[in-house]
Write a protein that binds this ligand. Structure first.
Ligand code: GLY
Ligand code: MN
Ligand code: MN
Length: 434
């Protein structure tokens, strides 16, 4: 126990504090940079939130067991060349908020109020820790950090699983796992409505993303390469504490604005181009999803502004109609109707809502996945969705998408990403440095 005790002392005595940025523009979200962290072990766990999620799951199961493995770090030599990033498995994270690898969670429900949770952890390996830092091991530190009172060594898992109360639920059971029921639909239905801790994470991911978008707008100059804008954007993310990108950054200029998921980002911009940036940060396992469209030279042409304002109006119409009980499909209809009614001849003989021009859905839930679970469910307070209408006119090399993240409330919606300028006036103001 000697090493374990000293580990406990280290983590208690030397809380790791992220310091404020040392360079660049003042962060609008500087307060977020003061987050006590535990070296090598991830952020503090909201032990009450994860315990409530575990209880809710076990109540749903009623009687039986749940087996959830953690993620495994990819190996830089053996799996993917140049890639050893670790991101926790979403299901394991949802019920533990632990970033530890190769762990297993075993939960048992024996009736409505008889629940047990066991966390199995691999042994710590001091020689390995000299390369990659401290890890959680099966000891009192893990109990304290996870809030799970029963933590056992991983080598005792097999016997426990053999004796587990049937039926056993597990995420993504393979065909060879004939013993396991699929846990995923149950967890997906829980994940659709976010709890307070998840909303806090999403707000932070959105705020960081907004800071990156503003940084990219401020850096924009005709003649820049798309990757230079990408660098300013992602510098803004990382500078404000992003863990990673929520998805590969889409930075498309000129003709590339009409390619929905363009992420090559190599073109040299030209004066008069629009730029579509669809990019977001992940923080604490949750990702935002934000798109802004702006003129590389800081001034919209009348034609660009007319298309932009139609997209903006459609987004606003969807937001105004958003309330608990409505579906994303219905909101898609609201946005298209607005575009249809206000197109005039902006898109030629057809109206701009035509699938030729608005060729994707209005939006989707976000969460631990950028396209998160629950898209076909009627909205409920606590769901977080994107509203992202767009018009893409290939013949004119003209694409506009505006994407914001919205929290569903009892009364309607709350814009989460409103900090990124959204009207043409606000964008021009930010780009001119005013
Ligand atoms: N960033 C992907 C999407 O907007 O759905
Ligand atoms: Mn989206
Ligand atoms: Mn997006």
């Amino acid at each position: 126990m000697g090493t374990l005790t000293s580990l406990a002392l280290v983590t208690l005595a030397v809380p790791f504090v992220l310091t404020a940025q040392t360079a660049g523009p003042a962060s609008p979200i500087g307060a977020y940079n003061v987050v006590p962290e535990l070296p090598g072990m991830g952020r503090p766990v909201d032990t009450a939130a994860v315990a409530a999620r575990r209880r809710a799951l076990l109540k749903r199961i009623g009687s039986g067991s749940v087996l959830i493995p953690a993620g495994h770090e990819r190996n830089i030599e053996q799996d993917y060349v140049q890639d050893n990033d670790f991101r926790q498995d979403n299901t394991f994270y949802y019920f533990t908020e632990l970033e530890t690898q190769d762990a297993v969670l075993l939960m048992t429900a024996r009736g409505p109020d008889s629940f047990e949770t066991i966390l199995f952890l691999p042994p710590r390996t001091p020689s390995q820790e000299r390369w990659t830092g401290l890890r959680l091991g099966p000891d009192s530190v893990a109990v304290r950090l996870s809030g799970i009172t029963k933590v056992l060594p991983l080598d005792s898992l097999e016997a426990r699983v053999r004796a587990a109360l049937q039926p056993v639920y597990s995420p993504r059971p393979r065909q060879s796992d004939a013993w396991a029921n699929n846990l995923t639909p149950i967890v997906d239905s829980m994940r659709a409505v976010k709890d307070a801790d998840e909303i806090m994470r999403l707000r932070r991911a959105v705020d960081i993303s907004v800071a990156g978008h503003v940084a990219a707008m401020r850096a924009a100059r005709p003649g820049m390469y798309e990757y230079e804008l990408e660098a300013a954007l992602e510098d803004g993310f990382r500078r404000n504490g992003a863990d990673r990108l929520g998805y590969p950054s889409i930075v498309g200029s000129g003709p590339n604005t009409t390619t929905l998921h363009y992420d090559v980002n190599r073109r040299k911009t030209e004066n008069g181009d629009l730029v579509v940036i669809d990019a977001a940060a992940e923080w604490g396992q949750y990702t935002a999803d934000v798109t802004r469209t702006f003129p590389i030279n800081g001034r919209f042409t009348p034609r660009q502004k007319a298309i932009y304002d139609l997209v903006l109006g459609a987004q606003q119409a969807a937001f105004d109609a958003l309330r608990p009980g409505i579906t994303m499909r219905e909101l898609d209809g609201v946005a298209r109707k607005y575009m249809r009614d206000h197109s005039g001849n902006l898109c030629g003989e057809r109206t701009c809502d035509d699938r030729e021009f608005f060729n994707h859905g209005l939006g989707h839930p976000i969460g631990m996945d950028v396209h998160d679970v629950g898209i076909s469910r009627p909205l409920e307070p606590g769901m977080v969705v994107t509203l992202e209408p767009g018009i893409y006119i290939q013949g004119e090399k003209l694409g506009v998408r505006i994407e914001d993240d919205v929290l569903v409330t009892a009364k309607g919606g709350e814009w989460l990403s409103a900090g990124a300028p959204r009207t043409t006036d606000a964008i021009e103001r930010v780009m001119s440095g005013r």
